[in-house]
Design a protein around this ligand. Structure first.
Ligand code: CA
Length: 227
């Protein structure tokens, strides 16, 4: 998963970047608001960590401009000012969360994971659809052809990833890091086992199979008629 940090204090920025990289994220770091806006508007990050006091454009301005541009990447504000009105303003602008400096890295990481689990901000449609499969990200519900499918949280995470990136072959190492938050260990069959269970729930009894194995590469979600 990719995180953009917009922070003008080099020490804090470097510290965050290093910590998040060690936690397995892909991290971009920029030091002023305008650069943050330019990168954020590309929209390929899963999360933006945004300082409030920045040169050229402050954090509020960046979030407002992103929202106006239709970007729904969740934002965590970092603020040095422990003021109630700042928190309220941030949340009103649609920030997913905020942290008051100084904070511990462990707390930041917990907030990051929490926001990423929540997925996109509520303004985006929360229902993803592929063929007759519907995945409701907010209600954490899945149905196929109108029939409810009960999934464990891990199975849901796996299906969400496959649906979000439908048509793209996802290597096991990527699935391991995004869904299990672990480095891929080829000795483990945890992904195969979970995928088998997920498949049984999603595809069994349907003519059109959605989850495909690409031998030697990984998995892809793609409607495909069974032979
Ligand atoms: Ca600052």
């Amino acid at each position: 998963m990719k995180i953009l940090i917009v922070e003008d204090e080099p020490k804090t920025g470097d510290y965050l970047r290093q910590g998040l990289r060690e936690a397995g994220f892909v991290v971009d770091l920029v030091q002023d608001g305008l650069d943050g806006l330019h990168l954020g508007i590309e929209g390929d990050q899963d999360l933006i960590i945004l300082d409030v006091m920045l040169s050229r454009m402050d954090g509020w301005g960046v979030l407002q401009a992103l929202t106006q541009a239709g970007i729904r990447t969740p934002v965590i504000f970092l603020t040095a000012k422990d003021q109630v009105e700042d928190r309220v303003r941030g949340l009103e602008l649609g920030a997913a969360d905020y942290l008051v400096k100084p904070f511990s890295f462990a707390e930041l990481l917990a907030r990051v994971r929490n926001v990423l689990r929540r997925g996109p901000t509520a303004t985006e449609s929360s229902v993803l659809q592929v063929a007759d499969l519907e995945v409701d990200l907010l209600r954490r519900r899945v149905s196929r052809a109108g029939r409810r499918i009960d999934l464990t949280p891990k199975e849901f995470g796996l299906l969400e990833l496959l649906v979000r990136r439908q048509g793209e072959v996802l290597p096991r190492s990527l699935i391991a890091s995004l869904v299990w938050d672990m480095n891929f260990d080829s000795d483990t069959n945890v992904i195969e086992v979970a995928m088998r269970r997920l498949r049984a729930k999603v595809d069994e009894g349907f003519e059109v199979r959605l989850i495909q194995t690409v031998r030697g590469m990984g998995y892809v979600l793609e409607p495909n008629r069974a032979a």
